[in-house]
Design a protein around this ligand. Sequence first.
Ligand code: NAD
Ligand code: TYD
Length: 353
Amino acid sequence: MTITRLLITGGAGFIGSAVIRKLIHETDTIVANVDKLTYAGNLASLATVSDSERYSFQHVDICDAGAISEVFDRHAPHAIMHLAAESHVDRSIDGPGEFMQTNIMGTYVLLQAARAYWSALPASEKAGFRFHHVSTDEVYGSLGNKGYFTETTPYRPNSPYSASKAASDHLVRAWHKTYGLPVVISNCSNNYGPYQFPEKLIPLSIHKALAGAALPIYGKGDNVRDWLYVDDHADALLTILKKGTVGGVYNVGGENEKTNLEVVTTLCAILDDLRPRPDGKRYVQQISFVKDRPGHDKRYAIDASKLKQELNWGPRETFESGLRKTIDWYLQNDAWCEIAMQNYKGERLGVTS
Ligand code: NAD
Ligand code: TYD
């Protein structure tokens, strides 16, 4: 399938900006980026592509039905990749309302606009159109020590964030089954890499380590996540968009299960190497165990064999190489971090329950 014009929502965020940089630098695709620029959106993440004639930015809220419908008419996309969302579990505990609005109602607005636009396309273009919904493995809930999430694992979301993403996945499925909208859904594990907002575990730990502050580990640090380097995810998303089966669901994982304590101690060791503390002490001494997150999911782990077998896709980066690249990027990009930290000072979120 040829996608010349692509609409991306949430392109000023962490994963969306990685997808757009890849598309502009490595393909001929024309990209329109729809983003509300919440605290998590940062146009500095798109500095290397913003001058391209193939890139345009629309400062629009996905919940604004009129504006979204205009965007479809103006850009006449061959596909939409929907990433815009409220994405942080801890913030969803403090204030779930915005998550319901953007993640559920925003997805509904996009589905309706896409459906109206797609229905009016000539038959020759209709079959090729795609609505790619980008979701999370957190919709499946929490695993014990064994087992993996597959595409048929029942949904059991435990946080307001994952519940809102689960609801949006259901809407996308329903718009396919009921109206025939050609959709594809991908559910991915935890991403890490450059340009991630410093509220999430890895960039927050880098920021706090360099500031000489305590590195907060929730509970005992034995919760497990499956870490995927963001550029690998961007690559997987473009593969799924182009080659995925209509109505299909694909799990995307990094084959990198780590406890949070392993993640932060590895990060500390890399920082010891790249930017040793001036007093000669080790960063690991800054680790501090703090009150656990309410409803904290124990373990996420993805069985990504469908993606491998059907679309021949697997991750390239190892956790150690990806983490080193990530830390190196944060060390070189103070200016980007300063812009991001204007919206967040590193305080603990999500303990109110
Ligand atoms: P992010 O928080 O970094 O970026 C979200 C972007 O969406 C921001 O640019 C923000 O301004 C924009 N946005 C938010 N509300 C909007 C609205 N109402 N209208 C328009 N734009 C709006 O998120 P991310 O980490 O890049 O995640 C992108 C998508 O991938 C999300 O749907 C998330 O659920 C999913 N996902 C993320 C991860 C992860 O580890 N980060 C893992 C799996 C799935
Ligand atoms: P996070 O990056 O918020 O992603 P998610 O909740 O979507 O998995 O958190 C990753 C893990 O790290 C999660 O188990 C919570 C934990 N965590 C900490 O231990 N300390 C922190 O300061 C943060 C932000 C997260």
